[in-house]
Design a protein around this ligand. Structure first.
Ligand SMILES: [Fe+2]
Ligand SMILES: [Fe+2]
Length: 332
């Protein structure tokens, strides 16, 4: 058997493996984003008329899919075959106005209106030596950030959101594993913390639209993520009280930074461009919303994260565990 035959055989096996794995992930159908996973987890009750109609025609689609042939471009519609095989029907989502839902990062029922009435000036006075250390750590981290980004708030926001989305995921992961290890409930905190991580990631998806990271900034994100993920995980294992306190102070700084961002938008130093389409859909903003509206919504989110993390820290401070106090879910 020569090497080309062996290589061909391996490729065929890999292709089969790829198709098998692809069934668990999101798949794009042509130009229309159609999400395959999680549909049975509450999605069907919220699907639009168009989605329901899509479901009705799915059996005929399945038949057609099984006999799919290479298209004129030579591509197989393999995704549809995979969907049919696993019995997971693709649903085409639409917005309230009937137009196509084009985001794969989130779904219509994840969108919300930011509660901008949240108190932006709320602050936690350090009560212990640990609190003061966390406050100092955050202040110290701000110093290099200010030097590196100056007042380039768009870029600054985008870069900092790559970090801000880490703590919620680490804490949620930690609590998840703890719940498994100790056979215990968690008071809804896993979901609350993962919601925070997802919300921060949506901030990043938004600011990506108004800022384009340079190669060295992308390299910085890689480096910082590697360090920060491990450092925060270790901190959370050692003292969730202090880990949450630090994030609480980080969020206080985030509120401050976005307030500065707004000042530059209002003074004209930064152009108040139209809001990215993804932001309009995520925060249910008006069609003519601007970047200012987006920053106001993001700042409100950060204030909520501040409250949640200081609250979590206070729970530990009072000698309780998170599982003993119901988590603030859907707290935007
Ligand atoms: Fe954020
Ligand atoms: Fe935040």
């Amino acid at each position: 058997m020569n090497s080309s035959i062996i290589a061909g055989s391996l490729l065929r096996q890999l292709k089969g493996q790829f198709l098998s794995n692809a069934a668990a992930g999101p798949v794009l159908f042509g130009q229309s984003p159609v999400i395959l996973y999680g549909i049975s987890l509450g999605g069907s009750r919220l699907l639009s008329t168009a989605a329901a109609e899509s479901s009705k025609t799915s059996s005929s689609d399945q038949t057609a899919a099984k006999s799919s042939k290479p298209s004129s471009t030579g591509k197989f519609k393999v995704e549809k075959e995979v969907a049919s095989y696993w019995g997971i029907e693709p649903n085409k989502l639409v917005k309230d106005d009937g137009t196509e839902w084009k985001w794969t990062s989130f779904r219509p029922w994840h969108a919300y209106t930011a509660n901008t009435s949240v108190d932006l000036d709320k602050h936690h006075d350090p009560a212990t030596f640990g609190d003061r250390m966390m406050r100092l750590t955050v202040k110290a981290l701000r110093w290099p950030t200010d030097i590196f980004f100056q007042r380039r708030y768009g870029c600054r926001a985008m870069m900092l959101e790559t970090v801000a989305a880490v703590p919620g995921m680490v804490a949620g992961l930690h609590l998840h594993l703890r719940s498994l290890r100790h056979f215990e409930h968690t008071g809804g905190w896993i979901r609350a913390l993962l919601e925070e991580a997802e919300n921060e990631r949506m901030h990043l998806m938004t600011f990506m639209e108004v800022s384009d990271p340079r190669w060295y900034e992308r390299a910085l994100v890689f480096t910082v993520q590697g360090i920060f993920f491990n450092a925060y995980l270790l901190a959370y294992i050692l003292s969730p009280r202090l880990a949450h306190r630090m994030v609480g102070y980080l969020e206080e700084e985030a509120v401050h930074s976005y307030t500065e961002y707004l000042k530059d938008l209002d003074s004209g130093k930064i152009e108040n461009v139209p809001a990215p389409a993804i932001a309009i859909d995520y925060w249910r903003l008006a069609p003519d919303a601007t970047l200012r509206d987006v920053v106001v919504a993001v700042r409100a989110d950060e204030a909520h994260h501040r409250d949640v993390n200081h609250f979590a820290s206070d729970i530990y401070y009072n000698g309780l565990a998170l599982k003993e106090v119901p988590a603030p879910l859907d707290y935007h």
